[in-house]
Ligand binder design. Structure first.
Ligand SMILES: *[C@@H]1O[C@H](CO)[C@@H](O)[C@H](O)[C@H]1NC(C)=O
Ligand SMILES: *[C@@H]1O[C@H](CO)[C@@H](O)[C@H](O)[C@H]1NC(C)=O
Ligand SMILES: *[C@@H]1O[C@H](CO)[C@@H](O)[C@H](O)[C@H]1NC(C)=O
Ligand SMILES: [Zn+2]
Length: 285
């Protein structure tokens, strides 16, 4: 194979065949960061605006999927997007589950949230240069608080969070994991919001201050600076009760599944946004 053909073959491989299903799709992350930013306290908003690169134009949402884009460059970061729990147990325990495939402790999305929270706590410590890049810490934390709210990011081990379960989404071939990353949100946008993600964001924002206002207080509560274990436990429960439920290899998912699951997705997006803001507010005081 000539160099030219080799390059084409490589491109085809990269573009078509490497699974990129980790975490909410671009819209899911955008929604969570957009919900969070207006809820920031003055000091947290200032810190975020200092840490964001100038080209982000103070829009955290524009870089909320950055962590997915650097997964190839920062190969070490891939296991930080999810948690594998024992098949069919429907529970999560940090000590038992938060490790990567080589068994290295803390290498899961809950460990990463703790890690980047700790790094960001050194912001403004005066004696300049933190040992870490706090811009990256902010972008990782904002992304991972989103990911941990995607129910199948805390999924079963043997199916890799439903990445190996083939289904049909209406007529399209998908894996179940991707249905939860993207398809449910996309179908909702098309059907209810004129294909306009901003309208979905506005509706969620409004619901957070009205129908969910009492619950939103409870979502924010956390006795520490970050509470990823709470979110992960909710996640595996939602995965069992809603995502995996009634689905097997080859299932056709259509309106029955879509209409009963879209409220769960809306709730998780709202919780993700409220909790990202609350966490940043605790970090930056
Ligand atoms: C913590 O953050 C550093 C800097 O990005 C990274 O090298 C390390 O792998 C992270 N560890 C975890 C568990 O997130
Ligand atoms: C911090 O990380 C960002 C994003 O990767 C990068 O653009 C920037 O140059 C880094 N800053 C430093 C001081 O290394
Ligand atoms: C907002 O709340 C209304 C009233 O409970 C509900 O019908 C609607 O589905 C909610 N929308 C979203 C996106 O949460
Ligand atoms: Zn991710």
């Amino acid at each position: 194979m000539g160099l030219h053909n080799f390059r084409i073959a490589f491109l085809v491989l990269v573009l078509c065949c490497i699974p990129v299903a980790y975490g909410w799709g671009i819209d899911g992350h955008l929604i969570i960061c957009r919900l969070a930013q207006p809820r920031l306290s003055k000091s947290a908003a200032d810190a975020v605006s200092q840490l964001l690169p100038a080209y982000a134009d103070n829009d955290l949402g524009s870089l909320c999927s950055w962590a997915d884009r650097v997964k190839f460059r920062y190969h070490w970061s891939s296991p930080l997007h999810y948690i594998n729990t024992p098949d069919n147990l429907c529970t999560y325990q940090y000590k038992r589950d938060c490790k990567d495939e080589d068994g290295i402790e803390d290498r899961c999305v809950a460990g990463a949230i703790n890690n980047y929270t700790t790094q960001l706590l050194s912001y403004g410590n005066g004696n300049s240069a933190s040992e870490y890049n706090l811009t990256e810490a902010l972008l990782f934390l904002s992304h991972f608080i989103g990911d941990i709210h995607q129910p199948l990011h805390v999924g079963f081990t043997s199916d890799r969070g439903a990445n190996t379960i083939d289904v049909r989404w209406y007529r399209r071939k998908e894996v179940l994991h991707h249905v939860w990353d993207s398809n449910i949100i996309e179908t909702a946008e098309k059907r209810f919001y004129d294909s306009n993600v901003e309208e979905l964001i506005d509706t969620l924002q409004k619901n957070i201050t009205t129908v969910w206002s009492k619950q939103a207080k409870a979502w924010e509560a956390c006795a520490k600076t970050a509470c990823p274990d709470v979110y992960a436990s909710e996640g595996i429960k939602a995965a069992c009760d809603w995502a995996y439920k009634g689905v097997e290899e080859g299932s056709v998912l259509n309106d029955d599944y879509f209409l009963s699951r879209v409220p769960v997705v809306n709730l998780r997006l709202a919780q993700g946004g409220v909790r990202l803001a609350a966490t940043l507010n605790r970090i930056f005081g």
